[in-house]
Design a protein around this ligand. Structure first.
Ligand SMILES: C[S@@+](CC[C@H](N)C(=O)[O-])C[C@H]1O[C@@H](n2cnc3c(N)ncnc32)[C@H](O)[C@@H]1O
Length: 214
């Protein structure tokens, strides 16, 4: 396993991913959806969506008139997300395999054959600590977000490495030393940061969000 090639790692662990994380992040995902200020009919982009563990929380907020676009670079993680669509009757979920650092309105539109596209909300959960070019991912996706739209990130951060943080990084192919919230804090208005209370997280899982200025 290598943090330099997390996609290879996630292709490998995709069959076990839901079993490993199921239930662990429920509160954190709910808080992320809450901070997005979802409304019926909105379009939400889930960056590095993995197996689609956020989708139900998003659909609960945007309803059947809204749209969820899930993108991930791992074919096997996306295949798991795809399997969930029919059983959950998610007729408004679209999936795109893409490197998050290359995302743009143009390539999402052409990748999904959408005649038009406005992205009202963006989230990335447990992705910034994993994606090697995370700063570029923020730049690209911030550009995609409609002015006035909200952006939320949920992830791990530890200021100092410990035995525990090394285990987290090893298991998740991550680097939780990254200060992944700073660009959003700088760029947004109404910035909010919440620590997720869960004994397993040791105070190291946060949800941050902010609004793109109009
Ligand atoms: C820890 S998983 C998080 C999945 C999901 N967001 C969740 O909350 O369960 C990290 C995800 O980042 C994806 N990923 C890694 N590098 C990526 C990249 N360059 N572009 C898009 N996705 C990437 C992996 O394939 C994996 O699905």
């Amino acid at each position: 396993m290598s943090t330099k090639n997390p996609v290879r790692w996630y292709n490998l662990v995709a069959p076990l991913y839901d079993f490993a994380v199921s239930g662990v992040y429920t509160g954190a995902r709910r808080e992320t959806a809450k901070q997005l200020h979802l409304k019926p009919g909105l379009t939400v982009l889930d960056v590095a969506c993995g197996t689609g563990e956020n989708f139900q929380y998003l659909i609960d907020g945007i309803g059947s008139r809204g749209m969820v676009i899930g993108t991930d670079f791992s074919k096997n993680m996306l295949a798991r997300a795809k399997q969930k669509i029919p059983s959950n009757q998610w007729g408004n979920v679209h999936l795109l395999q893409a490197d998050a650092q290359t995302l743009s309105i143009k390539n999402i539109k052409s990748g999904l054959s959408l005649p038009k596209l406005q992205v009202d909300r963006i989230l990335c959960t447990l992705g910034y600590s994993v994606m090697p070019k995370w700063e570029k991912v923020f730049e690209r996706t911030w550009d995609i977000l409609e002015p006035g739209g909200r952006y939320a990130i949920m992830d791990w951060h530890a200021s100092k490495p410990t035995f525990y943080t090394r285990i987290v990084d090893r298991v998740a192919a991550s680097d939780i030393g990254r200060r992944w919230w700073e660009a959003l804090e700088r760029s947004s208005v109404d910035y909010l940061k919440e620590t997720i209370v869960n004994p397993a997280f040791h105070g190291m899982v946060f949800v941050v969000s902010g609004t793109k200025p109009v």
